[in-house]
Ligand binder design. Structure first.
Ligand code: ADP
Length: 182
């Protein structure tokens, strides 16, 4: 089983890969929701976030829906212990094409939204790798390549945490993060 990974990038940004629950990251300014197009409660990450945040989150989401694959929108965080939720619609693997570019756009747009609200820290789940069927290794490679491209433009974001639900996903994301940044 892999240990949590911690890396300081050349831009001075602190990157971590940890095993955990995206709703239990109280030290982060923003958490990312692996949302559905309607920004509804749903299952997986979206279900957990809406359940923890309460109905005020869905009320804030409603006027922003629907969103397209690759898009990201920001709201408050309801009863979650964070300031913001950044809702990203990942691609359904093989259906929303090109899936790699749409997944990369999720991470790029999430970082853009975080910069707009001047968030310093942001926690991501493994977008698209659950119900949307993206193979975990491919998703991890796309993720860190997109993050590496976008980080040099970030001035507010100083801390990124990738929160993986299983130890096998943690291992794969850790390897991809090391390959991209070390
Ligand atoms: P998508 O529809 O984008 O595939 P899912 O929510 O179905 O999103 O799953 C994305 C990933 O998040 C999967 O690897 C899943 O195991 C994981 N996951 C599910 N619940 C949580 C949670 N509470 N915290 C962190 N990761 C989670």
């Amino acid at each position: 089983m892999s240990e949590p990974l911690q890396i300081r990038t050349d831009n001075g940004v602190f990157l971590e890969c940890v095993r955990g629950d995206i709703t239990a990251q109280p030290d982060m300014d923003a958490v990312v929701n692996a949302a559905n197009a309607e920004l509804r409660i749903g299952g997986g990450v979206a279900g957990a976030i809406h359940q923890a945040a309460g109905p005020e989150l869905y009320a804030e989401c409603r006027p922003l829906a629907p969103i397209r694959p690759g898009q990201a929108v920001v709201t408050g965080a309801g009863r979650l212990p964070n300031k913001y939720v950044i809702h990203c619609l990942g691609p359904v693997y093989g259906l929303d094409q090109p899936s790699d570019q749409l997944l990369a756009a999720c991470y790029r747009n999430a970082l853009l939204r975080a910069e707009e609200v001047q968030a310093r820290s942001i926690a991501f789940p493994a977008i698209s790798t659950g119900a949307f069927g993206y193979p975990v290794r491919e998703a991890s490679e796309v993720t860190f390549s997109a993050v590496a491209k976008e980080l040099p433009s970030c001035t507010h974001v100083r801390h990124l945490r990738f929160v993986l639900f299983s130890s096998s996903d943690l291992e794969v994301y850790t390897q991809a993060c090391q390959a991209a940044f070390q």
